[in-house]
Write a protein of this length. Sequence first.
Length: 494
Amino acid sequence: MTTGSIAPKVLALAWPLVLGNLLQTAYNLADLFWVGQVDRESLAAVSLMFPVSWMFVSTAIGITAATIALVSQYTGADNERMADRVVAQTVLLALAVSGVLAVVGWLGRYRLLELIGAEGAVLSESLAYIEIIFLTLPLTFLFFAFRSSLQGAGDTRTAMWLVFISAGMNVVIDPFLILGWGPFPAMGTRGAGWATFAARGFAAVAGVYILLRGGFGVQLRLRDLRPDPGLLRKLVDVGYPATIDGWARSFAAVAMAAFVTPFGAAAIAAYGIGIRLMSVTWSVAGAVGQATATGVGQNLGSGTPDRARRVTWVATAGTMTLLAAAAGLCLLVPEFMMGLFTDDAETISEGATFLLVIAPAWAVFGGTMVIQGAFRGAGQTKVALGLSVLARWVFRIPLAVALAFAASVTLPGVGTLDLGLGVGVVGVWISFSVGALLTFLVAVFWFRLGRWTEAVIEDTEGPGGPGPDGVDAVEETTEEGVDDEAVGIEAKAK
C-alpha cells in the first residue's frame, strides 16, 4: 500500500474484506430467512435482537481497531517483532473483555429485553436466541482478533476464506436446527443461535491455529501471551474510543429499534429486514474502510502522509459509486427485495417504504464509514467516535423522536404546546437519511483539515525486537490534536 498505483492496491486489499463482510452478513440473512418460515413473532424476535447482538460484535470491532492501527504502522516501519507482540496482547484483551461481557449479558438478559420493549411471544423467542449469542461472544472476539491482526499486516484473503466456510456452515445448519429437519428437533430461534455458535466456533479455532502457525505476515507466539502492561495500555488508549464508538452505534440501534416497537410487529419485522439489507452496504463500506485504515496506517508508518490522503479519497469515491448503484436497484424493486424474506403483505409494504426513504442515503453513509476508517488507521479513533456520536445521538435519534411521535405540554401562562410531528414510523426512516447526509459533510470537512497525519508509534527498536531496556517502544498517542478534534465534533456508533 506504500508504493504503486493506489486504486488497484485498495481494490486488492478491499475485495476480500468486502466479500468477507458480505459472507458475515449471510449469518444474519440466513437466520432471518429460515426463522421467517416459522412465524411472524419469531421473525420479529430475531429482527429485534440484531442491534443487541451487533452491540457485542461492535465491541470486538472496536477493540481490534487498535490492532489494525498498530500492526499496520509497525509493518510499514518494518518492525515485525513488535507487530507480533501486538497480536498476542490483542488475544489476551479480547478474551478478557468478551468473558466479562458474556457474564454481564447473561445475567442482565431479561432486563435488556424489557428495556427494548419486547413482550409476549416476541420476548420469549428473543430470549431463546440471545442466550446462545452470549455464549458465542468469546469465539466472536477471538475471530476478530485474528482478522484484525492479519489485516494490519496486509493479508485480507485468509480471513475471507474462513468466513466463507463458516458462513456456509451456518447456512447449511440453520434449517436443520430451526425447522427440525432430519433427526434434529425444531428449535426455532434457539436453533438459529446454536447454528451461529457452531459456525463462529469453527472460525475462531481455525483463526487461532493460523496465527500460531505463522507465515501470514504476523505470528502469535506463546511467550508473548504474558501480559505486557505497556502494550495493553497502548491498545486500550488507541482502541477505547473505537470501542465506545461501537457501543454508541449499538445503543443507538437499540434505541431506534425501541422507537419502531410501538408501531407493531409488521413495522418491527420490516425494520429488521430493511436493516439487514442495509447491512450489505455497511459490509461494503466497512470493508473498504478497514482497507483504508490499513493503507493509511502503513503510509503513515513509512512517512508518506500525502499518499495516505490519496488512498482515502480514492477509496471513498469508489465506495460511494458502488453503493449508489446498489441503492438504485433497491429503489427499482423495493417490494421484491422485501418479499425475499417474507410473504406478509403488511411487512412488505412497510419495508418498501423503508427502502424508498433510506436507500438514497446509502452512498453518503458509506462515504462516512470509509473516512472513519482513515482516521482509525491513523490512530485517531476519537475522531471516528465523534462522527458516530454526531450521526446517531445528535442528528438521528432527536430527529426520529421529533418526526415519529407527537406529544403536548401545558406551560403556565403559555398554554398547550404541541411537540413532535407524529408522522409515524416513517419519521424514524427519514432520520436515518438526514443524519447520514449531515454527518458525511462534517466528516469531509474534518478530514480536509489534515490533523491526522502523525503516526501513533515510534520505531526506536529496529526490526529485530524491543529496545535495549526491554520496554516497548510505543510512545503515548499525541493527544493534543485528537482531543481538539473530538471536542469539535462531539455533541456511535448492525
